[in-house]
Design a protein around this ligand. Sequence first.
Ligand code: HEC
Length: 716
Amino acid sequence: MKRVGALAALIAATLLVGCNQQKGVDATRIERGAAEEWLNYGRTYDEQRFSPLDKINRGNVAQLGLAWYAEFDTDRGQEATPLMVDGVLYTTTAWSKVYAFDARTGAQKWSYDPKVPGERGFSACCDVVNRGVAVWGGKVYVGTLDGRLVALDAATGEEKWSVVTVDQSKPYTITMAPRVVQGRVLIGNSGAEYGVRGYLTAYDAETGDKVWRFYTTPNPQGLPDNEVSDAIFAEKANATWSDGAWKHSGGGGTVWDALAYDPALNTVYVGVGNGAPWNHRVRSGGQGDNLFLSSILALDATTGAYKWHYQTTPGETWDYTATQHIMLADMNIGGSVRKVLLQAPKNGFFYVLDRTTGELLSADAYIPMAPESATPAGMPVSWSTGEVKDGRPVENPSARYAKSAALVSPAPFGAHNWQPMAFNPNEGLVFIPVTTAGALAQVYADDPAFKYRDGGWNTGINFNLGDLPSDEAQRVALKAMLRGRLVAWDPAARKPRWSVELPSFWNAGVLATAGGLVFQGAAEGALHAYDATDGKKLWSYETTNGIIAAPMTYALDGEQYVAVMVGYGGAGALSAAPLLPDRPRLPGRIMVFKLGATAQATPYDIPPKPVIDLAGVSSRGNVAAGRSAFNANCLVCHSPNASGGYLPDLRRSANLRDATAFRSIVIDGALAANGMVGFDRYLNAAQAEDIRAFLITEARRQQGLDAAAARAAPKK
Ligand code: HEC
């Protein structure tokens, strides 16, 4: 009996071990970061997006071909990085839908639709995107656009639990990928353009119970939140805010993308977003640094308690978030190996911090910056001279647009946006997908008539001065000036080693591999591989759709694969269409490559541009008033001068012909289920008619240009 008992115990123990393995991902597995896998948004907790795989390398990358692909049911932006666990590829698409594929064959295992109401698209400044899932134990976690955190069974996609992480009466959204640290799921949120208060929450991965929350801006009622952030706000941060619109808007500071974790230091690093409203004068009377906007926060990973912070843009007033990719590395800096944190936020400085203490080791401009005295007349002024003194950026005074409007670089897109960077430790290089390589600027103008509108676009900026030049030749010249750049930045030498000019400023995330390769897609449609040493282009694949997401890589049975989410969209596509490639809206795909593969993707049907007949169409609306109302309400999704090419180009909308049809969409919300809400909260029927009048004018202008182009085109 005894022996049998011992045997039974042994069998039970073996089963337990087996169960543990099946239970999937845990801390050791993510920390060890097995070369074949990709278990966290940035692959490992340090978020380096560097894969040790080298089967695909400089010597053979030219033989890379399509292994399999799958097409999704949405043509909105694709920003996710897929994860690969135990032979299964997990990814998300626009509208926060989750998919699981057999990573070898592409066979779909399951999909999950959180059924986000289409109206929630209204609160998504920057497209209805999602950047991916987290995995832990036997579960997959997704943050949904309407603010839920959902845990799914990794094997079946069945919902295990779901928690609402935001106040549903406020314009919060979630687009970021959750991370799981010490058995807690970390999730932030977005919405600072509209008016929300940012925070990061940790939930128990098993149960969904809330463990801690850290707010990034003060409590508007001046009360304690009874959260772990209370202490540092009382001690330091509250005093950096003055009277202003933040008391209605919550101040912003959303944690909408970057997180990194150092297990040895037990620290989570958090990137904090811009102010709400953007305009510092409106938000906080032009007074104070407004902690923790535009900051990197170091928090105790177990309790969420404050450790240190570094604020990249004190008193931020340009939408300069510091939510951009944070990566951790151990690097030789000035002769000794330092544990550093690296970030290239929107404001154009590349920061190297000691991640133990928060000490600033270096801050260098990775886009051109100069004192305004050295800026030629008519050219954009950079917000900073490019210097940092005593840990604070030196500002160009006119850039604060306090007395008069100013043309400032970078624009709100930032010098680098959410598109992930990648690191190659062998080369000591960080590859930055630089969006605005200098020229893209924004006219920032104080909006003296600013009134806080519940749930609406609340930046405190007058966008009427930001229209495109009325002269077509000037528009073409402006577009030609705007470039992106892939920069190989050497953080130790504090300068770029090489860079590649990219045709459009809104470009894609990056992957680095031990094969000496740097992969990056392009808005124009191709996936490229560059040599990590010198930036030489070694391979390209044309998807005919646009790419903004970062590729990832994994290996199974000794075979290395490269996967990328294909699908154009995001903030640039929505609100700067005329300055970017003219792209049709095409369904998203996941495309997976391996050496020697020859699969063919079905060519896309490219929809023709609609042509509308405006003969006899007129409006009694006021064109100038319509233009203002458009800029304040519609520009963010339909681009300046209604020139949108990605969301419907309103100059080519048949609904312009008929005031009633137009009003039913714009006021009554006839297309709300697709993300085009009715504006009856903000506009009346007469204002909608003013907008229609403005759009008819723009449509006629465009028809004139189209006709001229057709006449000039050579006859076939
Ligand atoms: C949050 C993003 C967003 C904002 C802001 C927005 N729209 Fe839209 N709009 C959309 C989307 C998405 C569609 C496409 C809906 C669909 O696919 O059916 C659309 C479609 C439309 C259409 C129909 C176009 C067609 O194909 O005929 C009209 C008209 C329109 N919008 C007008 C406006 C006006 C006027 C404003 C400002 C008052 C505005 N929109 C603001 C997202 C937006």
